[in-house]
Design a protein around this ligand. Structure first.
Ligand SMILES: Nc1ncnc2c1ncn2[C@@H]1O[C@H](COP(=O)(O)OP(=O)(O)OP(=O)(O)O)[C@@H](O)[C@H]1O
Ligand SMILES: [Mg+2]
Length: 232
């Protein structure tokens, strides 16, 4: 569904990703693992058109998306939940949701009512400001916003970062529900157990390139790879 081929990108003169490639298959969840600073977020930003490629190509369903503006990529069916969550702090929860609905298609599968139903925690917070939410509520709002764009592919950057175990569990169950519906996902995570329990496929990024790939079961068995590339 999404193919990243020979990706080279970075920040100005700083080259961060060199020759990275992977493919996310339809209906499957792929975890992208790797230590701090490996280049996971940078890769996602390149996919979303937020960083220019100096070489390589990114394709969605066989069509090239690299080089297109980020708003077009977001409209082409990729939902993005960034590491920073990107809630508008001075807008209410409801206003945050309504903004995301601007790029929802006609007869959407995900409506405002459905996301509120899916994340009941948000139902009581609709008139609260984005800046009044807990970390877990912010993460749910960020995922809800991405769902309102009605994506075929959902990309999440460290959705569990900084959250209490009980909230991590809730987010896990929600992503499991989305997976059961057949939604394709790319999940960047530091939480090894969380990632491998959701993912079918795993690729490990180390210093700007993919250093290991296989299935979730394989990475769980490969203690040497875990130690070398993940410090687990
Ligand atoms: N805006 C930036 N300008 C310059 N260098 C950056 C910028 N953002 C990240 N980098 C560098 O790019 C490299 C990869 O960073 P990136 O954020 O992609 O890593 P990551 O795998 O997402 O790490 P983490 O798990 O900590 O989120 C790091 O060396 C980082 O210092
Ligand atoms: Mg990151």
């Amino acid at each position: 569904m999404l193919e990243v081929e020979d990706l080279h990108t970075g920040y100005g003169e700083t080259r961060v990703i060199h020759g990275l490639g992977f493919a996310a298959r339809r209906g499957r969840v792929m975890a992208v693992l790797g230590r701090n600073g490996a280049g996971k977020t940078t890769t996602l930003k390149a996919i979303m058109g937020l960083l220019p490629l100096s070489r390589g190509e990114i394709r969605l369903d066989g069509r090239r998306i690299s080089g297109r503006p980020s708003y077009e990529i977001a409209r082409s069916g990729i939902g993005y939940v960034p590491e920073t969550r990107d809630i508008f702090p001075s807008l209410t929860v409801d206003e945050n949701l309504r903004l995301a609905m601007r790029i929802s298609p006609p007869n959407p599968a995900w409506t405002r009512e459905r996301v509120i139903d899916f994340f009941p925690n948000l139902a009581n917070r609709l008139t609260n400001g984005g800046n009044q939410l807990s970390g877990g509520e912010q993460q749910m709002l960020s995922i809800a916003r991405a769902l309102l764009t009605n994506p075929h592919l959902l990309i999440l950057d460290e959705p569990t970062e900084g959250l209490a175990p009980i909230i991590v569990r809730q987010i896990h169950d929600k992503l499991q529900e989305l997976k059961a519906e057949g939604l394709t996902m790319i999940l960047v995570e530091q939480n090894f157990g969380f990632a491998t329990s959701l993912a079918d496929d795993v690729c490990v990024v180390g210093r700007g390139d993919v250093v290991w790939r296989g299935t979730s079961a394989q990475v769980c068995d490969d203690k040497a790879a875990q130690k070398k590339w993940l410090g687990v």
